[in-house]
Ligand binder design. Structure first.
Ligand SMILES: [Zn+2]
Length: 369
């Protein structure tokens, strides 16, 4: 079976529901922790389950280069290899090729690149991306798209989105495992009419889900939000909508308000390793002197393992001492906070109280910035 999406409640554009895959169910709106190298940095799969994560993301580009497909094939895919038997989404590898690899050359066939690890040469084509994701065995696979830089002009963006559509056709025609669902990606940069054009072309394929790509690539946040407000509510109504790689708590709440169902971002895990922690009253920096003697948890309302057992003073000490457990405890809290935020959003939507919740969260974000 491919995935099954049920919407339980709607409030304005916001929706609450669930997605069933061959490896289990996840609830939407969903935040997916990023497991770039088949590992969510600083946390074990059991901890991810304990903090409420229901789906994780793996990166095709990284896993293709290291450990390579032969290794993952031996384990029949990522689920067994990384000891995570719940849903997995993999990206196409395109974004990393465009952001990490050296000496790229774009052709109709695909993108030639040199590995950032050892300089070896590769071609990532739509067929190759799907072949890699088939070996990875993810539940949701992403189509290969071209992601032009935030500085690209209108002509480049217009040509690029047409290429993305031609590549999607090749992705659709490439063999997959029976249970795998392919999502198409809407491009079009910061030009609302090009976004609509891309949406029309991509939606024609009648896929199990759709994503917005090419956001948070260097544009002003106000510009990103204005374009999202135009395009997100026009995405196919009864299919999951995924906003790729965008992920402050404010961004998530803003996206949900426009009808987005799925998010991923390295932000909460990276912030944790940098000592930035999220709370219901805003974010805090654990290195600050003011926490030296503080015996309170990060957030008194948080039920995560870290908040149940550790004080701000101890967490500050671990961070200052460069202890590995500083990253572990901070990541457990931040990811737990993100899952709690998603739960609170779902609850507000189901109770018909979304607008009040949204305004409250937006005011907090404005008071912080
Ligand atoms: Zn906590």
């Amino acid at each position: 079976m491919t995935l099954k999406f049920d919407i339980h409640a709607r409030d304005g554009h916001a929706r609450s529901g669930k997605i069933e895959t061959a490896h289990g169910v996840f609830h939407t709106p969903a935040f997916m922790p990023v497991g770039t190298q088949a590992s969510v940095k600083a946390v074990l799969p059991e901890q991810l389950i304990d903090l409420g994560a229901e789906i994780v993301l793996g990166n095709t580009y990284h896993l293709y280069l290291r450990p390579g497909l032969e290794v993952i094939q031996k384990f029949d895919g990522l689920h067994r290899f990384m000891h995570w038997d719940r849903p997995i989404l993999t990206d196409s590898g395109g974004f990393q090729v465009f952001s990490l690899a050296q000496l790229r050359k774009m052709t109709e066939e695909g993108v030639q690149f040199q590995s950032h690890i050892d300089g070896s040469r590769h071609l990532l084509s739509p067929e190759k991306s799907i072949e890699i994701q088939r070996v990875l065995g993810s539940d949701i696979m992403m189509a290969l798209d071209e992601c032009p830089p935030g500085t690209a002009d209108r002509k480049e963006v217009a040509e690029s989105l047409e290429l993305t559509t031609r590549w999607l056709k090749r992705c659709v025609e490439s063999p997959k495992r029976d249970y795998q669902s392919l999502f198409g990606i809407i491009q079009g940069g910061m030009f609302p009419d090009l976004r609509e054009k891309s949406l029309e072309q991509i939606a024609e394929f009648d896929l199990p889900g759709y994503a917005l790509g090419g956001f948070s690539v260097g544009e002003e946040k106000s510009v990103m939000r204005a374009v999202m407000e135009e395009i997100a509510p026009k995405m196919p109504e009864n299919k999951p909508r995924y906003l790729m790689g965008v992920g402050t708590p404010e961004d998530l709440v803003h996206g949900i308000n426009l009808g987005i169902d799925m998010f991923d971002c390295v932000f909460p895990t990276r912030a944790a390793r940098n000592g930035v922690l999220f709370t219901w009253r805003g974010r805090l920096h654990i290195r600050r002197q003011q926490y030296t003697m503080d015996d309170q948890p990060i957030d008194p309302t948080c039920q995560c393992y870290t908040c149940r057992n550790y004080s701000l003073a101890y967490l500050r000490h671990l961070n200052k001492a460069g202890e590995i457990n500083s990253s572990v405890l901070a990541t457990v809290h931040n990811l737990h906070f993100y899952q709690d935020l998603m739960k609170a959003c779902r609850k507000a939507i189901e109770a018909g109280e979304w607008e009040g919740f949204y305004l409250e969260r937006t005011e907090l974000a404005e008071s912080e910035s």
